[in-house]
Design a protein around this ligand. Structure first.
Ligand code: FAD
Ligand SMILES: C=CC1=C(C)c2cc3[nH]c(cc4nc(cc5[nH]c(cc1n2)c(C)c5CCC(=O)O)C(CCC(=O)O)=C4C)c(C)c3C=C
Length: 565
């Protein structure tokens, strides 16, 4: 690149000087430590950022500063609120790109919804149980050196629906679907007719609910016995309120393309969804199609491994309580140069962080409260996203108390059966190493959007209800054994519901954030799709978008300094 000067001007109000860095020379300042040029890049050691060097032009430090008098303050280039799957993924990707990132998590442990527990020889999950190993997840698993800890449940384990006092195996192929005992002959015929195109059109072209879409295409029976329980096992939701377009965009898109017969390939919308998610990108790791993944010690290994890699850059027990614009520039003028974030921290003291960009991965209702001063209308919309209450109940029973040897993923229960539990994952069948010899572990879920009264139940009442439902379905009638209660978790606001109007709402929110809050990015399962894999992919995309924003922002700021000079 030859010799020459690079002018480095720090935008922070506390730094008054513009620094000149000569090629191959080193320069120190008390705020940023050493900086130097190598090749085409300017490196600034303390800020751990580098700025693409432009010959004879100015570069800008993307970090703000701490001074020795302000011990409760700090700085970073990107602040991430929340250490769930989305936040952890974005943080790792940004750190890997050399960007100075700070993750603030209000809980004492990282992971958000992902909570894995280990006691008395059992390992169990209180949030998500498994993920579909998408290419993005596998990429992250490799990067985090988690490959040796990846565990896969047998792809062939059947899923069941409990209906008419019997467990019915859900077919895994169109052939199996012909002998499918869950649907009557009439129900199958109706579904078949819908599949070959004899379905009424959506003439009004209004946004349809899942219930409307499914009954129109496949009939009432498929809806009641198959899709309603499936919705319980993904959204804990109410299909009469969820938007087909938002909750299952791939399936809806098929209709728009006129591929109606694919809708019931195997009579299962869910299967269709997962097939569309087949691996496109190449990763070194190969996993059998249809298998479901986790990690040896549970899903929480994922955020924990990000935390161990980012070390001090992940702050637990830090709750964001206020965000302000940091608008004073070094020359005394006002402009948006980033944000000031105030946190409550474990020792009750407040901490302040100055940052260029903020990624919010907190749930919609929390993000709403933090952004309300800037975007009141969008915050109202964020607040409208409904999260029902769900309990997860992990119980262990002796293997001998079961009616048959457990082999399957688990069972789901249609709401029309009047059994209160939504469904049960047969955890010890998925991962047998997670239980002591002679025991079975069951993870059940109860509550959701169709059972709002659950909020008034105590943990003891919930355990009693779940135990009684399990007895009706899986245990021998004379089994007097009381279960080992491993864990009961009340998810007061469990899962965002993609109700009718969701996509429109999201679009409006995004627009208002982009206009009013440059450098603020929204993430989280109310935007990305709710699966673990959706959150990983969205976290990766967020990291790319934020890197681009920082680069563009630096260039814009450099230009404004040049023109003032
Ligand atoms: C019971 C249950 C079962 C599920 N089962 C499955 C499954 O089997 N498979 C699957 O793929 N998906 C499943 N999911 C969905 C999936 O787990 C979630 O969608 C995903 O984990 C959400 O990740 P996230 O990072 O977007 O949000 P979250 O996990 O909600 O993370 C947000 C984080 O922000 C933090 N935070 C909030 N406010 C603040 C603040 N003011 N300051 C600092 N931090 C803050 C929170 O503490 C939290 O850690 C399940 C979800 C639930 C609840
Ligand atoms: C068979 C029993 C199941 C129960 C009970 C259950 C509860 C439950 N699940 C979620 C949220 C999600 N589950 C997801 C995947 C998933 N869930 C089950 C089964 C049960 N879930 C299976 C077999 C799978 C794997 C995917 C599949 O092959 O169908 C997902 C991810 C969905 C995706 O798009 O990948 C979510 C999200 C909740 C909230 C819940 C509690 C009621």
């Amino acid at each position: 690149m030859g010799s020459g000067f690079l002018w480095w001007s720090c935008p922070n109000a506390l730094v008054k000087a513009t620094y000149f860095v000569r090629h191959n020379s080193k320069h120190s300042c008390k705020h940023h430590g050493t900086c130097w040029i190598s090749g085409s890049k300017l490196y600034i050691r303390r800020c751990r950022v580098f700025v693409q060097r432009k010959e004879s032009s100015r570069a800008t430090c993307v970090a703000t500063t701490t001074t020795s008098q302000e011990t409760e303050q700090g700085n970073c280039s990107v602040l991430i609120i929340g250490s769930g799957v989305t936040g952890s993924t974005a943080a790792f990707q940004l750190a890997e790109a050399g960007i100075d990132v700070l993750v603030a998590e209000k809980n004492e442990k990282v992971g958000g919804n992902v909570i894995s527990k280990n006691a008395q020889g059992f390992i169990w999950e209180e949030g998500p149980n498994t993920f579909q190993p998408t290419p993005d997840i596998l990429t992250m698993v490799e990067k985090l050196n988690l490959s040796d800890n990846l565990v896969l449940a047998d792809a062939k384990l059947p899923r069941y629906v409990f209906f008419g006092n019997k467990l019915h195996k859900i077919p895994s192929s169109p052939l199996e679907a012909c002998n499918f005992s869950l649907l009557s002959t009439r129900g199958k015929l109706r579904a078949f007719l819908g599949a070959i195109g004899f379905a009424p059109m959506n003439l009004e072209r209004k946004e349809e609910t899942v219930k409307q879409f499914v009954t129109r295409h496949l009939g009432e029976e498929v809806y009641e016995r198959l899709v309603d329980p499936f919705i319980s096992g993904v959204y804990a939701g109410d299909p009469a309120k969820l938007s087909m377009k938002a909750a299952f965009k791939r399936v809806q898109a098929l209709e728009e393309k006129g591929v109606t017969q694919s809708l019931v390939e195997g009579a299962l919308l869910r299967m269709l969804e997962s097939k569309k998610k087949t691996v496109k990108k190449e990763t070194k790791m190969k996993v059998p199609r249809g298998s479901l993944g986790s990690f040896r010690e549970g899903l929480q290994m994922y955020p924990l491994s990000v935390q161990s890699k980012l070390s001090e850059k992940v702050k637990v027990g830090w709750k964001l309580i206020k965000l302000e614009k940091n608008e004073t520039a070094s020359d005394g003028t006002h402009r948006s140069s980033g944000y000031k974030a105030t946190f409550e921290t474990p020792n009750q003291s407040h901490k302040v962080i100055y940052t260029r960009a903020v990624i919010f991965t907190s749930p919609a209702y929390i993000t709403a409260s933090l952004l309300r001063p800037f975007i009141p209308a969008a915050s109202e919309l964020l607040d409208q996203i409904y999260y029902p209450c769900v309990f997860s109940v992990s119980l262990a029973y002796p293997s001998s108390s079961f009616r048959f040897p457990l082999s399957g993923f688990g069972h789901l229960i249609p709401r029309s059966t009047k059994i209160r539990t939504l469904g049960t994952i047969w955890s010890s069948s998925l991962f047998p190493y997670r239980v002591p010899e002679g025991y079975e572990l069951l993870s059940s879920y109860i509550g959701g959007a169709q059972d709002v009264d659950i909020t008034s139940m105590s943990e003891e009442q919930v355990v009693k209800q779940v135990d009684s439902d399990i007895r009706k379905i899986l245990l021998k009638e004379d089994s007097a054994f009381l279960p080992k209660v491993l864990g009961v978790r009340r998810w007061e606001k469990a899962i965002p519901q993609y109700e009718v109007g969701h996509l429109q709402r999201i679009e409006t929110i995004q627009k208002q954030v982009n206009e009013a809050l440059p450098g603020v990015f929204l993430g989280g399962n109310y935007l990305s799709g709710i699966s673990f894999g959706d959150c990983v992919s969205f976290g990766m995309q967020l990291a790319d978008r934020v890197s681009t924003y920082l680069q563009e922002n630096i260039e814009m700021y450099s230009k404004s300094v040049v023109s003032k000079a």
